[in-house]
Design a protein around this ligand. Sequence first.
Ligand code: ADP
Ligand code: MG
Length: 696
Amino acid sequence: MKNLRDIELKFVKGIGPARAKLLDEELGLSTVHDLLRHFPSHYLDRSNVYRIRDFAGEMPAVQLRGQFVTFNVIGESAKARLVGLFTDGTSNIEIVWFKRIKQLRDLYKTRVDYIVFGKPQEFNGRWSLVHPEVDPVNSSQAQAEFRGVYPLTEKLRNRGVTSRNIFQWAQNALSAYGDSIPEMLPPEILARYHFMGAREAVTTVHHPTDAEKLRRARERLKFEELFYLQLNIRRYASNRPGALPGISFPRIGRFFNSFYNEALPFPLTEAQKRVLREIRADLGSGRQMNRLLQGDVGSGKTIVALMTMLIAIDNGTQACIMAPTEILATQHYESMRSMAAPLGVNVRLLTGSTGRKERETIARELADGSLHILVGTHAVIEDNVSFKNLGLAVIDEQHRFGVVQRARLWGKNAAAPPHILVMTATPIPRTLAMTVYGDLDVSVIDELPPGRKPVSTLLRYDDQRQSVYRSIGRQLAAGHQVYIVYPLITESEKLDLRSLEEGYELIRGTFPSYRVTYVHGRMKPAEKDHQMKLFAENKAQILVSTTVIEVGVNVPNASTMVIENAERFGLSQLHQLRGRVGRGAAQSYCVLMSKRRIGADTRKRLELMTRTTDGFEIAEADLRARGPGDLEGTMQSGIPIDLRIANLATDGQLVQLARDCAEQLLDADPALAAHPVLAAELRRLYPRPADLSRIS
Ligand code: ADP
Ligand code: MG
């Protein structure tokens, strides 16, 4: 058998050196193995032809059959586009090209039957298709019952490489080298789950003959991908401190009990109690805790963190809690101190702006053990901060902390790594959590404290601005505060900054009797903190800002948030922002401002926000729409997730199966001694970066 990884693409019939180079640069395909693992992203089913008349709502990519009526070039030079009016006898649609206008104008004819494939978009009641695939009806491509559509890049398309080329090259490679496709799954797993063999699966995905066979081929290849990913994650996990002994906290003592019995400001929710039980079990187990606590904004994670820290103190150790910004750290400090100081717990704050004298006090008290809880920013993990006996570290709003920071915390106690509790308000769908946080145990607070009124979310268009301002006026008159948020996206940063500044002036002009403050990410931290503080203390009633307020700020008196250009935000980000309101007793509002002309996808996304406040539902939708690569927190594990065929959003059952199989296999054969194929493939797929080798 040949090793397909050793055969360069230029040797495949039809490719040659120049195209091989292009495929390498654009798609990272350099060998026959790579080409055969470049799978179609979807398939055309010739039996399924849509009628234009039936288009409605959100449309998937569809196939149409019909003729071009006219072609027109619209616009000048760089902005020119080619527009073909296409009819299928039921209605018509505009087909638009921005590239290769001249070639395509010469290529396509009117009054010839074509099969067209693409995703219809609606704009002002008109449907159009942009850069679809177009084939004459009598071509062999259009006749194949299933046709794979391969992912391409803009540059490949511009160089005339089509999905059909890739198909043909894959066929050529299969007939020359198909016999050498190796089996990558252990025989016992193949047999137990009746998975299709590797050779048949690869052949089938490139050239399927029937739907059921295609389904089985894809299932097998997806499983294989997820299985290797899980094997790798479990391998990291078995190395993590959590698998090692940790400090045991057997005692629930004076601090915890007197807080619970006398100082607790409200009854805990059932979800908070359950999570505390899970944490207590971890802390008493003698193994190091590495737990992720997920809970929607406002679900009450802080008090759970505090009570966990009290357990640590009861057992004679110190605790710290870190937040990503100075403001947040300060808020935590104030609430922790007001709750814990009356019990005799010593709490201090360490941030970038802590003065020299206070730093000295902190250093001394950390060293002699009299400082119980240190609250702070990244400053807490700096090398010059050393504890006498750090037993627990809490990390709030984890998506600003990477694995490397977590690792530094482990080093803060030489005797045994401290327990770690990571808290996040960015809900992560279960399948993704299983993958990304394969190394963490997960607890969820899935219940809001009683009496909370869900934020009422409205979608409003730019031409309704005056009525939005009137509503803001009413909220201000009732004594509430208001956030106004602008996007800040790096590519057009200057422009965005200008719209923020204009927005600020406009708001000042509209509400002259209130104080307006503003913050953005390019301000100096001290200036930013100063402005935020004005708002937090109600010295300013309106805060105009970019997304810098996204994380954790708590101003219960703020009842309204207006998000400008909401169409430019991702769902999870909108959800995160919206969590800044609805923290007080009053009914609160989130107004999503958008321009009126938005695509159907975008409108659907914004409407989802108006319908639900369930962070998990929103995260699932976001995962589906954008893929895991864009989700904040995805890279937390330090493990690259490069899936070519499996989809974390939709293949949940296979993720679970792959995880179970990987766990069983590693339990039975931790060193993979009996599975040399797996061991070699894992080393190749996931070479372990040296500096991450200690990290979960
Ligand atoms: P988050 O999970 O977003 O960090 P917080 O811990 O800041 O949420 O809690 C939000 C608010 O809810 C705080 O004002 C807190 O005091 C309050 N809270 C937390 N738990 C409860 C509860 N069980 N009952 C009533 N109010 C609660
Ligand atoms: Mg919080």
